[in-house]
Design a protein around this ligand. Sequence first.
Ligand code: SF4
Ligand code: F3S
Length: 104
Amino acid sequence: TYVVTENCIRCKYMDCVEVCPVDCFYAGENFLVISPEECIDCGVCEPECPAEAIFPDSDNRAADWLELNAELSKSWPNMSRKGDTPADADEWNGKTDKKNMLSR
Ligand code: SF4
Ligand code: F3S
């Protein structure tokens, strides 16, 4: 599976959802996740993310985030169309320590 990681928080560009062939993204208020049960590992979302927040689970940058993607994809609504990106998304791109800002 591919995994959405920290830099998506408060960026939420959603270019990823537009390209996913199986619509396996699920959205919270300021973060998206991928359902590991539905992702077919095609990899097309990874280069589309302007925040470079998506990694394959084989990448160690995904390690801390895989379980969270699995958990939240079960409770958040599915998203298959790009919505409005937060107005201040660019200001948060690249900021570290965003994990505690994740809205569940
Ligand atoms: Fe969707 Fe492919 Fe990305 Fe998995 S790797 S989330 S199937 S676009
Ligand atoms: Fe997040 Fe990147 Fe998608 S910022 S919403 S993973 S395009």
